[in-house]
Ligand binder design. Structure first.
Ligand code: MBD
Ligand code: FE
Length: 286
């Protein structure tokens, strides 16, 4: 008897890429200078608002026990970075960025790694010889609020491959360490020029408790195709942001709620027939 191979599309699993994000995060210790007064005010407000939801919906004991069980599983499965960055981070980002005038930010997500290879002002992202995806040129200028180009600004870019995997969070697939991660430095006029491949829409790992959560309310686990960026320069505010693609699937319905209209690219073929887009970054002072 013969068996027929069923073609599958590789998707990152929660058990693999979700918990890898926990391991990376645990490597750093974060602190905050929150006063006890502020901590007391936030804690009281959180519980008050939670109690309002409980009374309004008459949350049952069965629901309470399911919640408790689910919270334990999120922790044990290492999915807190995933769940928090998908469902909560966009509120934090929105609240913190309201007072600034430069380029809009968006969430960092769970898959950033500092110190990606230095590639100068113009370069090709680290990628495999047979990297899947359409080649794409992403270029622009980093400026201050007055419109002056900033020399030596840093533009860090990281994104998923065509199968939706991020290097270093690849569930043991053996993707090279810095694949599709690079640090660019603007030239004398503030310009950068990056060649990479266009990422595909991204399905967040959903075979664990985060996936159960999404299924419980009848949702979907998709994010639109996106580029992640951190842009900064001496004396300027660091922007963490993401860029999306005009007309792309899920741009209007991102599970992570992280799309803003100012962050949508519309690449067009250049003279060489390669998709290209210009996007300029404006940095607030610190
Ligand atoms: C991602 O790639 C991402 O950007 C976010 C916000 C959550 C999960 C995976
Ligand atoms: Fe992402």
């Amino acid at each position: 008897m013969s068996t027929t191979a069923v073609p599958t599309t590789a998707v990152p699993t929660a058990a693999g890429s979700g918990s890898a994000a926990t391991d990376k995060f645990k490597g750093s210790r974060f602190t905050s200078d929150t006063t006890t007064e502020r901590a007391a005010a936030i804690y009281k407000d959180v519980l008050t608002k939670l109690s309002e939801v409980i009374f309004e919906h008459e949350v049952t004991y069965d629901e309470y026990r399911v919640l408790k069980q689910w919270l334990i599983e999120v922790g044990e499965g290492g999915e807190w970075p995933l769940w928090l960055d998908v469902f909560l981070e966009h509120f934090i980002e929105d609240s913190n960025s309201r007072i600034f005038n430069g380029t809009k930010g968006s969430i960092e997500g769970p898959y950033y790694v500092p110190d990606a290879p230095d590639l100068g002002a113009k370069g090709v992202m680290p990628m495999r010889e047979d990297e899947k995806g359409t080649q794409f040129v992403f270029k622009g200028q980093v400026r201050d609020l007055d419109g002056t180009g900033i020399e030596g600004a840093s533009v860090e870019l990281w994104h998923a491959d065509a199968d939706g995997y991020y290097s270093q969070f690849d569930d043991g697939l053996g993707i090279p360490e810095w694949n599709l991660r690079g640090t660019f430095t603007t030239d004398a006029e503030g310009n950068f020029h990056i060649t990479t491949v266009q990422p595909a829409p991204y399905q967040i790992p959903h075979d664990g408790p985060t996936g159960e959560f999404i299924a419980s309310y009848g949702g979907h686990p998709w994010r639109p195709a996106h580029l992640h960026l951190k842009v900064t320069a001496p004396g300027k505010r660091l922007i963490t942001t993401q860029l999306y693609f005009q007309g792309g699937k899920w741009v209007e319905d991102d599970v992570a709620g992280a799309v803003k209209p100012e962050l949508i690219l519309d690449p067009k073929p250049n003279a060489d027939g390669i998709d290209e887009v210009v996007y300029d970054f404006v940095l607030d002072p610190v």
